[in-house]
Design a protein around this ligand. Structure first.
Ligand code: CA
Ligand code: CA
Length: 193
């Protein structure tokens, strides 16, 4: 009877060691999260005020989260006071991949005044969702991304298989978070580096 109990204890012990050992192996290689917090209330406009940013990058996906003070259900787009083709809204993450202090790629959702009439709508239906390659002050289109909104958090996801360029963005790339709003009279932005 004592031997049986001892056997059970040993078996449970072995199972525990195996399960703890395996959990380490289950973490995907190269999967490291960068998380940063920003001052709250440093920008007047709540949907521009970054509270927190995080990125998770694996060999197959780049996943970014930007938490704002508030995300309204609807916003105004194509404000007549904003110039046509001017950037009206943007929420995004930039990556410095060669660590020279300037960004090389950006994932963002943004809206440029498209010349259409002023309209009210939700952020996701009225924004383009892209990865840009940044050179100097201009960006060239790389590929499109998936975007969703969970509460006050904007989630941006890029599948690395969609462009060979995306392999350059790794868990060693330095991420910074940016927002932008131009109401035609004032420009608001927040930055978390
Ligand atoms: Ca902030
Ligand atoms: Ca750079």
């Amino acid at each position: 009877m004592l031997k049986q109990k001892l056997c059970i204890v040993i078996v449970i012990g072995i199972l525990l060691v195996i399960s703890l050992g395996c959990s380490g192996f289950l973490t995907p290689i190269g999967w490291k999260a960068q998380e940063k917090k920003d001052e709250v209330g440093d920008v007047e406009i709540d949907f521009i005020d970054i509270e927190e940013g995080s990125v998770e990058i694996s060999h197959s996906i780049i996943s970014c989260k930007i938490t704002l003070r508030n995300i309204p259900q609807q916003l105004k787009f194509n404000n007549p006071k904003v110039g046509i083709n001017s950037l009206e809204y943007s929420w995004g993450v930039e990556f410095d991949v060669n660590k020279d202090g300037s960004a090389d790629y950006g994932l963002s959702i943004s809206h440029f005044h498209d010349g259409g009439p002023e309209k009210i709508g939700d952020i996701l239906s009225n924004t383009q969702k892209n990865v840009w390659k940044i050179v100097g002050h201009s960006g060239t289109f790389v590929t499109s991304i998936d975007a969703s909104i969970e509460g006050n958090t904007i989630v941006l996801k890029a599948e690395k298989s969609k462009s060979p360029d995306l392999a350059n963005i790794t868990d060693k790339s330095k991420a910074s978070f940016h927002t932008w709003y131009n109401n035609g009279g004032s420009r608001y932005s927040d930055e978390l580096r």
